[in-house]
Design a binder for this molecule. Sequence first.
Ligand SMILES: Nc1ncnc2c1ncn2[C@@H]1O[C@H](COP(=O)(O)OP(=O)(O)OP(=O)(O)O)[C@@H](O)[C@H]1O
Ligand SMILES: [Mg+2]
Length: 434
Amino acid sequence: MSLTGPLSVGFDFGTTNSSVAVATAADAVHLARFPYSGGVTESFRSLLYLERLREGSRNVIKSWSGPVGIDHYLQADDKGRLIQSLKSFLTSRSLQTTEIFGRRFQLEDLLANIMRDIRASVETQFGVPVTHATVGRPVRFVGADSDEDDQYAVGRLEAALHRAGFEEVSFEMEPVAAAFYYEARLDHNELILIGDFGGGTSDFSLLRVGPDYRQANGQTRNVLGNEGLALAGDSFDAKIIRHLVSPALGAGTYLDSNGKRLPVPNWVYYKLERWHHLSLLRSRETLNMLESVARQSLEPEKITALLYLIQHDLGYQLHRAVQRVKVTLSHAERSVFRFTDGDVDLDIEVTRADFESWIAEELSDISIHVERLLSKTGVRGEEIDRVFLTGGSSLVPAVRSIFEKRFGADKIQGGGEFISVAHGLSLRALHSQS
Ligand SMILES: Nc1ncnc2c1ncn2[C@@H]1O[C@H](COP(=O)(O)OP(=O)(O)OP(=O)(O)O)[C@@H](O)[C@H]1O
Ligand SMILES: [Mg+2]
């Protein structure tokens, strides 16, 4: 499809999924589609896969991003490095560079590699250069303790976007963008609460939307307040790993060291919880340590399974199995966690009630932040006309239920889980040009 005229581009660079929308008019928003395994997807996985290849007498490092990156990773016999959730590292001042295959890469360059591929794909699809974009940012980045930390993260995001060929970028809060998506179909004014639950962050905005406010060209003056916290789907996954997977791989078990009963070192399992850290465990030192633990373990088959997982770098596959369970529990009361590969043979029943008990702390944190937003804006719950929930993790029933209990089930609406932010960002770009 070829579009003409000035394009208003909205770019949602998510922790897990990215999407892009292009608006040519308020009622003409087009979502970018990315090729994937013979089909297409509107959600581009925000990941990068790197491999070291031999070209003639030289070693070169090649990278692929998104769905193509996943394909390359899955097809590779000798796995390279798969990196995900990079957005969560933006506030980390200690992470300026990371070493991959003996070469140092700046975080901004790794991000730019993903963004450049997305930009090229959008240009190909729409047949025009894409150099301007309105880009989403969470209210509070993962790891941010202050506005200064958030500004630092935005600065790095901007640097990455420039390196990826975006010459001019402006930023908008992700939940505010989601509100523009919701507002597009509204024929009356409303006071709304937006909850956007992604992979890395949960973000809230309280704002007035509707025909009267649309006139204000999407200016943020309709926003009464924002609030955000750095936990979402990735944290839910981590809890599934902690309670379901790690115990089956030896967490909490003991070894016999010359007659002394010692616990198996638990730091290994913390790494497992952030699954993309799993490949970092594949060092000779850690493997030697685990081999020795396996020899002394009172439940050696569990440690052997863990070793197998690390040696074969199965973090991505493990994570997919965790996600499958989580997604199934969004529509079923029970599920089975299954993972079979070599020495690993896991088949564990799990109920939605188990899952909800594991994430109770996260759910309570979410409630606290919603209350904080209400109290700092001085808005009472009953004044809110509608609660719009979006983002992949809004599909978790326990997340929804927080809002149903607080505001009444009839006020809750969901939708556009994976595209609302990009869609709204493109409308924001369009408004600010008019
Ligand atoms: N049906 C489902 N039930 C529960 N969780 C789901 C479901 N579908 C997707 N998710 C989770 O939603 C998250 C991704 O959502 P989304 O694409 O909105 O995040 P993101 O925009 O990449 O992240 P962020 O906004 O934090 O930067 C993942 O953690 C994924 O496991
Ligand atoms: Mg998001």
